[in-house]
Design a protein around this ligand. Structure first.
Ligand code: MG
Ligand code: ZN
Length: 258
């Protein structure tokens, strides 16, 4: 079956209503919270370093798993995902958080099955129940070389969308076989939900006014798109832009356009 479209979600402050990395560390320890705000270390490496310190000081994996069940996720966002899924859309998460947090949170809310792909930093529990987080592109790996200047060192979300589209054409997403797209068919309809500057690059992959770019109000992506001195930034976006604050606004938009 040909999918109705590809719906990509950023995770932190997009699918969920917080920053998962920050939320977990703040839940675990005020000392590590201070470290998050003051260390110059690369963000993903810093998460891993904080979790190492937490474990070295006797912190339990159980408390980390418990913190994931406290993460806020709007029920209207769940309904939006369920609606897209029921209408035959392929859902994907592209995030600079990590696999363990994202999967744990989706499982807690019972919606992991809605997503065909989760593209993010790898994470795993070792035999001592310590959580490790790694960069999607390792420090010694080939840099993504994205020219937009908005992407993090360890992930270019635009290139990840390119790979998803390629996989949809060949009928696979990672190890999961999903609906294959007829190459002769019309271009796949897309939507993207994001809040941060690094959610700009993937929106450059949407080429139609039928596509929807959901940009969260009051966060860095909205500011970046509306820089008065750089109108070309927003001009490069060919999709329709919908600014949103609460998940209910995304749900209403989808209910009226899908
Ligand atoms: Mg975000
Ligand atoms: Zn990029």
């Amino acid at each position: 079956m040909v999918p109705a479209g590809l719906a990509c979600f950023d995770f932190d402050w997009s699918l969920i209503d917080t920053d998962s990395d920050r939320f977990v560390i703040e839940y675990l320890s005020p000392v590590l919270r201070h470290k998050l705000d003051t260390s110059p270390m690369q963000w993903t490496d810093l998460q891993n370093e904080c979790l190492k310190e937490y474990h070295d000081q006797g912190g339990s994996g159980q408390k980390i798993r418990e913190s994931l069940t406290k993460i806020p996720l709007d029920s209207k966002m769940i309904q939006a995902c369920q609606l897209l899924h029921s209408k035959g859309w392929v859902l994907a998460i592209i995030s600079d958080a990590n696999q363990v947090y994202i999967e744990g949170i989706l499982e807690h809310y019972g919606i992991k099955n809605l997503f065909s792909a989760i593209i993010t930093n790898p994470a795993f529990w070792d035999v001592q129940d310590r959580l490790h987080i790694q960069r999607l592109i390792p420090a010694d790996g080939t840099p993504h070389g994205c020219p937009t200047g908005v992407c993090s060192l360890n992930i270019c979300k635009g290139q990840e969308v390119d790979k998803l589209l390629l996989n949809l054409n060949s009928g696979t997403t990672g190890s999961t076989v999903i609906a294959s797209l007829d190459k002769a068919a019309a271009p796949l309809r897309m939507l993207y939900v994001g809040d941060g500057r690094n959610d700009y690059c993937p929106a450059l992959r949407m080429n139609s006014s039928e596509d929807i770019y959901f940009v969260r109000k009051g966060r860095s992506l909205e500011k970046y798109l509306n820089k008065a001195e750089s109108p070309e930034i927003q001009k490069a976006i060919l999709s329709r832009i919908v600014y949103w604050d609460r998940a209910g606004e995304i749900l209403s938009e989808l209910q009226s356009t899908l």
